[in-house]
Design a protein around this ligand. Structure first.
Ligand SMILES: [Zn+2]
Length: 190
């Protein structure tokens, strides 16, 4: 399991321990003082491939990790949101971008970092985009000008690659990242 550091119980403030709770089958962070089991589960990240006349919206990251590299608008889902609402909110926060209609594009499982990316695609309502607080720069990029060597994350590269195979397709992708021992990421798709 990945051990997310949680040394103190967020309910009662006492020190926590790692153990297998009764009736469970894997180690959890447990507070023996108040009995709370602090589950750690995968995070959902929602993002979007937004286009204007065939150009793709990219954002240059103003935050770590991968400061200064290009990404698609994407971020952690907030409580109470739908997937599409999260993708639309991230597009607005990172690029002041308004999507006209978001369609599900693909689900990307990243078990090595316990994340699931849900990517949408859609058209921009207007080409007026500008950097939000988490971006240094925004750009509408022709497919042939995508900075493949300066993309922030493998999932961004894979999303763009799948999208550009057939931009008009309504196919929904299901992709899984396999991280090899040398750090290389391989994608399985179906
Ligand atoms: Zn506690």
């Amino acid at each position: 399991m990945s051990r997310i550091a949680q040394n103190y119980c967020s309910v009662c403030g006492e020190k926590t321990v790692c153990c297998v709770p009764a009736g469970d089958n894997r180690e959890r962070v447990v507070c023996e003082h108040c009995g709370t089991v602090h589950y750690s589960n995968p995070n959902n990240v929602c993002g979007a491939i937004l286009t204007w006349q065939g150009k793709i919206l990219l954002c240059k990251r103003a935050i770590e990790p991968r400061y200064g590299l290009w990404t698609l608008p994407a971020g952690f889902m907030e409580n109470g949101e739908t997937l599409a609402e999260a993708a639309a909110r991230e597009s607005m926060e990172e690029a002041n971008a308004r999507a006209r209609e978001l369609k599900l594009f693909g689900v990307f499982s990243l078990p090595h970092i316990s994340q699931v990316y849900v990517m949408f695609k859609g058209e921009l309502a207007t080409p007026e985009v500008s950097p939000g607080i988490e971006s240094l720069e925004t750009a509408l990029v022709e497919p042939e000008d995508i900075p493949w060597d300066d993309l922030a994350f493998p999932v961004v590269r894979q999303s763009l690659k799948l999208y550009l195979q057939d931009p008009a397709s309504d196919r929904v992708h299901n992709a899984t990242a396999i991280r090899h021992e040398d750090g290389r990421i391989e994608w399985l798709s179906n």
